[in-house]
Structure formats: structure tokens, C-alpha cells
Design a protein around this ligand. Sequence first.
Ligand code: ATP
Ligand code: MG
Length: 772
Amino acid sequence: MEAYLAELNDAQRAPTLQIDGPMIVIAGAGSGKTRVLTYRIAYMMSKGIDAFNILALTFTNKAAREMQHRISQIVGRSEAKNLWMGTFHSVFAKILRFEADKLGYPSNFTIYDTQDSQSVIRAIIKDMQLDKDVYKYKQVYSRISSYKNSLITVKAYFNNPELMEADAMSKKPRMGDIYQEYVQRCFKAGAMDFDDLLLKTNELLNRFPEVLQKYQNRFRYILVDEYQDTNHSQYLIVKALSDKFQNICVVGDDAQSIYAFRGANINNILNFQKDYDGVEMYRLEQNYRSTGNIVNAANSIIDKNQTKLDKVVWTANDDGPKIVVNRLLTDGEEGRFVASSIFENKMQQQMANGDFAILYRTNAQSRAMEDALRKKDIPYRIYGGLSFYQRKEIKDVLSYLRLLINPKDEEALKRVINYPARGIGATTMDRLSIAANKYGKSIFEVLENLDHLPELKITKSTRTKLDNFVNMIKHFTILAQNADAFTVADTVTKKTGLVQELKKDGTPEGIARIENIEELLNGIKDFVEEQKELADANGSIAEFLEDVALATDMDKDTEDEDRVALMTIHLAKGLEFPYVYIVGMEEDLFPSAMSMNTRSELEEERRLFYVAVTRAEKQAFLTYTQSRYRWGKLVDAEPSRFIEEIDDKYLDYMIPQDDYKYKPLINTDIFGDEVDKSKLRQTKPKAGTPPAHKPTEEQLRKLRKLRPAASEPEKASNAIQLDVGNEVEHMRFGKGKVLGIEGVGQDKKAEIDFENGGIKKLLLRFAKLNIL
Ligand code: ATP
Ligand code: MG
């Protein structure tokens, strides 16, 4: 047996060695799914399968690079370079460039990022004179995005009365018109948005059987990581491409499906066996990533979800320390606790900064963490905020580069035609836009034909400015035909006057911007060096732009720097860190207030929590605050029900003992009546109270008497046997008498008249009642 195959356990080796036919690996976090994909590709190549025939789709480009790196070690670098690996977007953008003409697009089409797309939509809403408070551009954008991901084209939209009615009902009867106009404007600008990369790939494969065949033959072997988070559009692409040879291997974990809000469809994984004939199904059960306490705690979390496949996850690793739970007064204190704890662990355990991650539900929570880390001089890096490539000065440079590649790119043109200022005003721009619309041309084409358009009444001096601009861009275009990306970008920053403009500015912000542009140029230089090594690339500006447009937030990783990682839980999928801090464990924050209306939303939040906890290798920390600024107001915070859902034996509370028994009942009324929060309020720890560690057995026993442990749902569900007339006791509402029972099964509710709470309706599944 090849040595690398010995680095797999038996359960992992079986799917690794099965090369042909459809197969699915469903397994919990940290069980080696990604490892199986990686080793399987190496094995296939060692058996003589041509790297050019293998397509591997990953969740981030970084994951693809890591897999490629490992495969290189096994099969050699030059062979591994020929693999088709990357995200759906990056792989299919490449294919679309080859085939663009079939769809009427130029092969140098621009890829609009979210900002660009939203800016087009804003302009449309304005031009159509619609109420911008009704037609909120971000909402309109995500609506259009979801149409595209469900393959609802403009035509399909107008053929679907239900959709139109739904939009009309939500006071947006012009949605279809906006959609149509948006699609037209993008097309005219030679631009595709992110969703187009999938939609147009589907169109390509559907409309052109010979193209479909070509790619079916090329990608004889297809592998997909994180299959549980594919959306409909991605699903159809994989289905079409694998249809001929049916050599399709997908891996995933239904318990980690966390992108439903963006159209991911968990059914893709659940129905895989129905989609192909003779599917081999593999399960992995041993977790190699985390300690026993983390694995068991995670199991106890996901156990609370009703919709799930039954899976076993266990580990041979040591139990390790328990999950630490700490309550802080404010987010500032929360930040200080996390920063000190990182500092201590770094010293005591000899860890690097990069061994720590702070995960949160919403980006806004990063600020308090950043402040505290800065004060302690701990270097950190935020993933996913406003990314480097979206900073103003960087987008300015990139817009020039985009324009010289694709002069029709209207978003780029609008951004730079008068930056740095060259006296081309809004009136001139309006006239140009109107003419472009009238003749169905791009603004750049109008600029090139001003001689024939005296009707625009452009003054002589403005005309000179416009001509200079056009000539400058054309000059860059010619330069780009022979020069590499770095030479072009360097010339652009100098010749356009961008850097001079910032130098003139002289403020610290201006200087920081110049530094960023320098960083961009350095990055381009590295990119050119790297590309020159590859056979089929030459480090051109077009290649660089594609790389940038499709970089996911994870990819802008400066890997050589040792920094604590800060990111949302969504971004952390697939990653692992020795120490993980999950902050803001509070009701209405996590689970999010917006995700508690239905069971399925709540279950998605719970899966998110499962993902968070399972990122940790050695130890996890959960923190919550007693009050937090939200929507500009300081509000009382309640600990997240998710903390209570973890079996107590895996937790180590750092909460002062005096207070411990006041830990409010979470959960009790999730779906029941309103909670009287004044009775729940916790006493604040006295200043200087040393945090006590785990409560003694005696304390725990007392505590359990007060509240049935979350790990014993049977006890709680005893209450389901209630009859009218029964006397019951509830921890908070005291004694009471059952007045009525309604509903069945999971929805069974009891109406109870309590001594302390009056008449309440409680959902029995959650109500913690004792029958007297
Ligand atoms: P996730 O669901 O979070 O994506 P996963 O199932 O993809 O997790 P991997 O990332 O492949 O799991 O593996 C988790 C960790 O365990 C990695 O560090 C991996 O190198 C290690 N690992 C997996 N299998 C083995 C093995 N047989 N021997 C030693 N280490 C292993
Ligand atoms: Mg994985």
C-alpha cells in the first residue's frame, strides 16, 4: 500500500479507493471528509487518471489551494497543477470565458461584485423614479439573486403569475421590470454578476449539447466538498456534468448546512441517493480534530435538532478541558476577558497567535474584540469585513484596470472618469448616459463617437477632457497587450494621477491609502511571479482581475503573518483552530432575533452553533454579556438557550458562585407566553469578586433540583402526560392548575393557571413542569 494511504483509517480508506461510480460520504465535523477528497484525488492520479479529467469543487479557493498543496506532496507539483480545483464561481468563470461568445458575451467580460451590482440597481430604481424606501436596493438585489439561483430568468419570471403576485403583494409590482433592466444593463456593460456565473453556466450547458458533451468528457471525475451547502443552480451544474460518466463523489454533513438564507438546499444532500443509480454511501465516525469534551458537547447540541440524519461521532482523543462559559457585564469586558485569556493561553501553552480564533454571529461584534486585542498588543486579522479589494482607493485602481480590459464596463467607467478630478461634471455624464441608452451603446462607445453626436452639445473644453480620458485608457489597453499585470498597474497608478492626488491630500488617511495601493502593487507583483511558473498563464492583467473578482474573503490571507483570526461563524466552516472563543452567546443575538420565527430557522441557527463549537481542537470558550448595545440602546441580554442545551458535564462555568443559582431559566418560554424579564434579572457580580471555577457537586445537585438539566429532555417531556385538573409546579411561575390541553404531539400546549404568573399557555415540549 502506498504510504499516504496509511494516513487514513479503514472507514476513510474505503471511499478513497473507490474511484468509479456515484458516491456520498456523510459524516460529522472533523471526521476527515476533506482529507478523504484530497487523498482520493492523489490516489486517482497514482492510478493513471489524468489530472485534466478531475474537477474538485471546494467552498473557498484557499481550501482548494490547501488540497492542491497536499496532493503535490504525494504526486508531484507539476502534475497537481493540472487539476481543476476551486470554488464553483472560479471554475465556471474560467469556462465561461472560453465559451462567452456563445452567450453573446465578450470573453473579457467583467465580473461585478456585490457593490457594483447594488450600485446598478440603485441607479435603476432612481431612473425608474421608484420610491427608494419601498424598493430598498439591497433587498431588490437579494431578491434578484435568489431568482437567479433558482434559475428563474426574466422570461420565466414574467411567465410566473405567482411570483409576480408575490412581489405585488409585498408592494413591489415593478420587481420584474427592475430585474429586466438590471439584466440588460449588465449585458450591455459586458458584465456578469456572481449569480450569473452559475446561471450562465447552466444556460450554456442546457442550450449547447456539444458544449455539455465537451465538459462531460473533460470532467470525467467530479468531487464536491461541503455538498450540503450547494444551491439549486450549483446542484444542476454538477448533475449535468456528471450525467454521462456518473463518477461523482460528494462529501458533506447535513448538520453543517448553514447557508439556507442564501439559497443552499439541504435536500441536495438528502436526495443524492435518489439522483443517481447505485450510489455507494459511506459514513465516517471518528473525529480527529477535537477533544472528547468538544465532540461530546457538539453531539449534545445537534441532538436537539429534529431534522437530521442519524450520525455517530466519537473521538479517541483525550477529554481535554471542559468548555469554559463566562458571563461578562458588557461587550467591552467580554473583549478584555477574551484578550487576556488568549494572552494567558499563549504564554502557558506556548501557542502562536494563529492558534486562536474568535467567532461571532454578526460582524458588528468584532469592534469590542479588536479594541481589547489592540490594547494587549495582540495582532489579529478580521476576515470578511470590508475586504481589502473593496476599499475605496483599491477599487479606484481596479476600476481603471477593469476599464482598460473591458471599456464597456460602466460601473468602472463611472467611478474613474472624473477621479482624480478632471472637470467632467455630472451634467456631461447625464448627457452621455442618455445618448448611450438611446443608441444602445456603452458610454465608452459614445465617447469614441462624439464627432457624430453634435446633439450632445458638449463644449470644446469638455470635449478635450473627454478625449484625453479616452486616449489615456486606449493607451493602457495597448500597453496591456504585451506587458504583465504589474507593469500595467504601476503605469496606471502613476499616469492617472491617483497617487499624486493622495499625496496632495497629506492626511494620515491619505497616507494609509497610498500604503494600500503599494500593497496592491506588491500583491500584483507576487501574482505575476507565480503565474509565470504556470504553463497556461502569463500574468496578464485580465488574469489578475479574475483572481481578485473571485477571491473569497478567506483567500486574502496573508499566511506568513501570525495573527489571531476574527470572523463570523459562517466563514469558519471547514476550518480548525486549537482555541476557539465563541462570543455573544445571547438570546436574540445567537440565536439571532431574526431566526426564531420557525423551527427550521432555529434549527439552522443550532447547526451554526454546531459548526462553531466543532472548529475547536483543544478548547472552546463561550461568553455572554449582561447588557449590550443594540440598535443604539443598552439592552439587557439573556444567555443563549444554546448554552443550556449543552450537557452540563462538558461545561465549566466561570460565573461567581453567589450568582450561579440565579442563572435564569432559558428555554422555558421559547414558544410559550411572554417572559417576565424583571424576575429573570441576574444579580450583578460585586466588583472584584474572584471568578469561581466549576461549582461543587453539592452546588450542582442543588441547582439541578431547581432546573431539570437540559440533557434530560425525557423529564421535561413527562409533562406531556398532563390532564386537565392536574396540579403542577413551575420553577418561576410556582404552583398551578391545568385548565386545558390543546394540540397534539410536538405542538401540545397546556393552559395553566399559576399562582405567580396568572394564566399561561405553555408548549409542553419545552415547559419544565413537575406534576405534584
Ligand atoms: P469539517 O466537517 O469541519 O469540514 P472534515 O470532516 O472535512 O471536517 P477534515 O478537515 O478532513 O474533517 O479533518 C479534520 C482534522 O483531522 C484535520 O486536521 C485532519 O488532518 C485530521 N485527520 C483526519 N483524518 C485523520 C487520520 N486518519 N489520521 C490523523 N488525522 C486525521
Ligand atoms: Mg471539511
